[in-house]
Design a protein around this ligand. Structure first.
Ligand code: NAD
Ligand code: DAU
Length: 356
């Protein structure tokens, strides 16, 4: 085993690429990034480290067990950080197949091959090996306005094909700890925002539409609540759990920023009024358009990060105000990245989902 190598799956996506960049800037170990490069994977997110000798990219599918087995034997990582997934709720409503394939079967393949690799390690290396599974708060379902925030003991109640597939993968990971003793950790995080997020998700979609004078679609009455976390804070939390988390445990990670969707949208619009006063439509908020609701739309998510704080000493650094400003500024400054991701399959998706 090479104590200096970790394997990341889905590292060309939004959170994965932020994680790879942060890891290489802060830690000494090397990273192997296994990513299929679906529509959501973008090697350009990692161009800053493409020549770093500690970084290696491999295009491949986590469902390909032969490939995963060979990769583990060849590179002998001390840990696997599993980000790879189909991640967009609306796409899971249009077509759940890929969500079951990657999120359920893919996680299963990875667990099986990890178990085979891990079983063959010497005792010391077996004990220090970690399989960290990155999951979501959506597995807990929807909260009423006065319900307490989700804790690690909240019962699972997933409502969308996406969240059901993530819940299934969480259960598999749990079972591999209890049945085989695989050294697993699971993190469940709230809504991330920040650089490199594919503009199908609310925050980058609003920024792009507002900058170009297009209607900003708000589902239903805009009163749904999410707990927003800046992506760098999530990545730091994952590094903390990897370093100090107890195997077999799950950790909830939240930003401590519960907001209604309409408040998120209005904050982005007013930030852009300041940064881009010469956009085609200003004030940007006149572009807001209420559109039909997402089927089965969860009303409220709220995360308690109390365990992360008390057991591991982690808490988020950014407030929503500071994080969203950095984020809007990043999209304003990175037009070539936007042009690169808003072609081809992106246009097709927008036409399917939003006929405004
Ligand atoms: P993303 O959609 O931006 O990226 C997913 C990445 O996985 C892409 O690079 C894609 O190419 C890759 N991938 C997909 N299928 C694959 C396969 N079969 N084999 C190999 N690679 C494959 O997702 P994200 O927003 O970065 O989310 C990453 C993880 O974090 C997911 O597991 C997601 O469920 C979880 N999560 C996301 C959020 C959020 O707000 N975005 C919050 C909590 C948890
Ligand atoms: O809570 C964590 C989850 O957050 C992650 O597990 C998912 O991978 C991630 O996609 C995200 O899911 P959401 O469905 O909450 O994120 P999304 O950005 O799609 O939507 C955020 C809220 O905004 C949600 O209430 C739906 C609403 N929305 C979304 C879009 C795309 C709109 O009102 N208009 C839109 O066009």
């Amino acid at each position: 085993m090479q104590p200096e190598t970790i394997l990341v799956t889905g590292g060309a996506g939004f959170i994965g690429s932020n994680f790879v960049l942060q890891w290489l800037a802060s830690e000494s170990s090397s990273i192997i990034n296994l990513d299929k490069l679906t529509y959501a994977g973008n090697p350009a997110n990692l161009s800053a480290v493409s020549h770093d000798r500690r970084y290696r990219f491999l295009q491949g599918d986590i469902c390909d067990r032969e490939l995963v087995a060979e990769l583990l034997i060849t590179h002998r990582p001390r840990a696997i950080i599993h980000f790879a997934a189909e991640s967009h709720v609306d796409r899971s409503i249009h077509g759940p197949d890929d969500f079951i394939r990657t999120n359920v079967n893919g996680t299963f393949s990875l667990l099986e091959e990890s178990r085979a690799y891990w079983s063959g390690l010497a005792k010391k290396e077996r004990d220090s090996f970690r399989f960290l599974h990155v999951s979501t708060d959506e597995v807990y379902g929807s909260l009423g306005p006065d319900d307490p925030a989700f804790t690690e003991r909240t019962q699972y109640a997933p409502n969308s094909p996406y969240s059901a597939s993530k819940a299934a993968s969480d259960h598999l990971v749990r079972a591999y700890f209890h049945t085989y003793g695989l050294r697993v950790l699971t993190t469940n995080c709230s809504n991330n925002y920040g650089p490199y997020q594919f503009p199908e998700k609310l925050v980058p979609l609003v920024i792009l539409h507002a900058m170009s004078g297009k209607a900003i679609p708000v589902y239903g009455d805009g009163q749904n609540v999410r707990d927003w976390i800046y992506v760098a804070d999530h990545c730091e939390a994952i590094r903390t759990v990897l370093a100090r988390g107890r195997t077999g445990e799950t950790y909830n990670i939240g930003g401590g920023n519960e907001m209604k969707n309409i408040e998120v949208v209005e904050t982005i619009c007013s930030t852009l009024d300041e940064l881009r006063p010469n956009d085609p439509v200003v004030p940007h908020k006149v572009l807001i358009k209420f559109v039909p609701d997402r089927p089965g739309h969860d009303r409220r998510y709220a995360m308690s990060s109390a365990k992360m704080e008390s057991d591991l000493g982690w808490k988020p650094r950014e407030t929503f105000a500071s994080g969203i400003r950095k984020t809007v500024q990043w999209y304003v400054d990175n037009q070539p990245w936007i042009e690169n991701v808003t072609s081809g399959s992106y246009r097709q998706w927008m036409a399917t989902q939003y006929s405004m």
